[in-house]
Each structure stands twice: as C-alpha cells, then as structure tokens.
Write a protein that binds this ligand. Structure first.
Ligand code: SF4
Length: 364
C-alpha cells in the first residue's frame, strides 16, 4: 500500500516552497528518484479538437468567446483527422495524445459520440488517450472509460480563494465534482494549474493542498506558467521567473511523490538550463508539439535534441498502468442519457473579466 501523505496543510507546503533552493532541490530530487526513473520523461501531444467559441470566462483563456483574441476557431475535428495527427505524434515519440475541446461541459449527442470514436481509434494505436472536455457526468465518464480512455484532465487552476478572481462562470466545487466522476471509473486523473496569474505564494500552496489531499492524488499534474495573451483579462501579467517554476515543480514533487509532474504552457519562455533544473526538481512529463491548444510550444525536434543532451528517454506508453480495453459502440453497456452536468454559477463579477469583455465587444 502506498504511504503517500494526504493531509498536507498550507503551512507545511509553504515551508517546503520557501526552503533554501539547494535544500529544496536536493529533497525533491531524492523523492523523485525513490518513485520514478529520473532519466525517463513522458511525452504527450496536446491536440485541440475543437478550438474557440467557449461560453466560459476563464481569465487566462483566449478561447473564451467573450474576449477578442487573434485565435482561429474551428469546429470539431473528424475521426480521420485526429487519427492522422495521432500517428504523427506517435512517430515523433509521444506516448499520449491529449484531446482538448473548448467546451464548458460535455453534452450527450453526435459530437460526444465522435469523441468516443476518437478515443477508440487512438487507443487502438497503442497510445495513451487523454481528454479535456470540461465538466462531465458519471455516465459520460463511464462511456469514456469503456471507449478506452486512459486519463481525463480537469485542472483546478489555482487555490479555491484565487480561483474566484479568475473565473466566475462555474465554481471550484464543479471542478472537484468532475474529478470525482472520473474517479468512479478506472480512468486516471490529470489535474494541475497555472502560476503567474497574479496569485500569491499562499495561493500556489493552496492549490497544492487541494490537489495533494485528493485520495488518491492525481496520476498527473500539469504545472503551467501563464502565457499572457492579448485580449484576455490577464494580458498584462508579467511572466513568472524560472526560479518560481522550479520551486513550484519541486514542491509538487515532494507533496505528490508518485504523480507525473508535467511542464506545460510557458515552456517556450524557459531555457534548456531552466528546463533541466525542472527535470532535476522532479518534472517528468512534457507536452510536445509546436502549439499547446492555442499558445506556442517548443518544436518537437528541439525537444528531442534536449533529451539527447540531457540523456533523457521518452517514457513508453502504459508504463504506469495497463492499457484499457476498448469496447465498441455497438457493444456498449452504457446508454446516452441526454444529460448535461449540473454546475453552479457563482453570483460574483470579476472586474478585469468584465473590462476585457467590453473591450472585446467594441473591437468586434
Ligand atoms: S479554459 Fe476551457 S472552459 Fe475556460 S474558457 Fe477556455 S476553453 Fe472554455
């Protein structure tokens, strides 16, 4: 049985985060070596299967319809398009494809049926499949599991307190409810957050309390550094320093020893040396591909050169957990219930989100 600690307090996490850097790095690297092969890094490809036009107001997101940004939206991709992209990702060393759709939540119907077919198709390519589709119900989670989904991503984004300063169109508990629905299946949980949104260190610790006290802890945790996109409410936030990123990665590694910690958005702003320190501090996963949904990401060849330089190897698929079986749609034991997840709509307004929305209206 795992002896992972699930009752971390904010004070304990802050004490870790604020340690002298060399001590923090040494402790994180030690935890990392006990729980993982330090020379293996998992590589995921993030594929935006439906871009833009989202009804939510996430302050960091250029895909929110209410803000005016220069991203190009697209309707849901087709199954053959997704298969072609997955094959390309596999050929370039990715073990996982993460499909992202800019939806508040999953709605039963033709589009969700198409996503289920995409999951079946990628699982049959012997790649791990992850989806990030917004809120889902238990039945939807079961149907994804049956199709062969390996992981479901739903980030907590920040601490519960600071979350209210970033998103007003659904509550923190809605996110936890979706994670809970995923946990009722054998699909693994991927959940993390973003630093550099104007939060303080207490908020970063608060987010790690929320993630590390989940039992079991998420199998993977993306740590994103905000990429401030013009037109979004957070467009003026300054980039986080590499030292903050290293501290965040190291602290995550210590409080979530078995989790795969993923360097996600913001990697283009990091030098190779900076990324190497993050790997030393316990990061053992990256997103590959020249785009992360809509923001830039290092080129795959650049990443492979970095792996060679550092003596790192890409992780093989299904190293941590066996490949799920795919059940065909015709043999499914779950029906489409025509349901939508219930969510709360907190009654507060976020001034900077409202301002960005007004600015968006004027430009449009
Ligand atoms: S983060 Fe997701 S839910 Fe929020 S606006 Fe962007 S696409 Fe929509």
């Amino acid at each position: 049985m795992s002896d992972t600690k699930h009752n971390w307090t904010k004070e304990e996490i802050l004490e870790i985060y604020n340690k002298p850097l060399m001590e923090l790095l040494y402790e994180a690297a030690t935890v990392h070596r006990v729980n993982h092969d330090p020379n293996v890094v998992q590589v995921s490809t993030l594929l935006s299967i439906k871009t833009g036009g989202c009804s939510e107001d996430c302050g960091y997101c250029p895909q929110a319809a209410r803000y005016h940004t220069n991203i190009e939206g697209n309707d849901l991709m087709t199954v053959p398009q997704v298969k072609a992209q997955a094959l390309r990702a596999k050929a370039s060393g990715s073990s996982r494809v993460c499909m992202g759709a800019a939806w508040r939540n999953v709605k039963d119907g033709d589009e969700f049926d198409a996503v289920l077919e995409m999951v079946r198709t990628i699982n049959k390519l012997d790649m791990e499949v992850c989806c990030t589709l917004g809120m889902i119900t238990e039945n939807q989670a079961q149907r994804l599991a049956e199709a062969g989904l390996y992981a479901y991503n739903y980030n907590l984004d920040s601490s519960e307190e600071y979350y209210k300063e970033v998103i007003s169109t659904r509550g923190y508990q809605d996110r936890l409810d979706t994670i809970d629905n995923v946990r009722k299946t054998n699909v693994t949980v991927c959940s993390g957050g973003i630093i550099g949104m104007g939060e303080n260190i207490e908020d970063r610790a608060g987010m790690l309390v929320a993630l590390s006290t989940l039992n079991p802890q998420p199998e993977s945790t993306p740590i994103n550094a905000l990429v401030a996109v013009e037109g979004t409410p957070l467009e003026d936030e300054k980039p986080v320093s590499i030292w903050e990123m290293i501290r965040m990665v190291a602290t995550t590694r210590i409080v979530m020893p078995e989790t795969q910690v993923r360097l996600s958005a913001g990697r283009t702003q990091m030098s190779r040396e900076g990324q190497a320190m993050c790997f030393f501090a316990g990061a053992n996963s990256i997103f590959a591909g020249d785009k992360l949904l809509t923001t830039p990401n290092p080129d795959v060849n650049e990443d492979m050169k970095m792996f060679e330089l550092l003596g790192l190897n890409p992780q093989k698929p299904f190293t941590k957990k066996v490949q799920p079986q795919t059940v065909e749609a015709t043999d499914s034991e779950f029906e489409s219930l025509g349901e939508k997840p219930k969510w709360t709509r907190p009654e507060h307004k976020i001034e900077r989100n409202e301002l960005a929305k007004e600015k968006g209206k004027l430009i449009k």
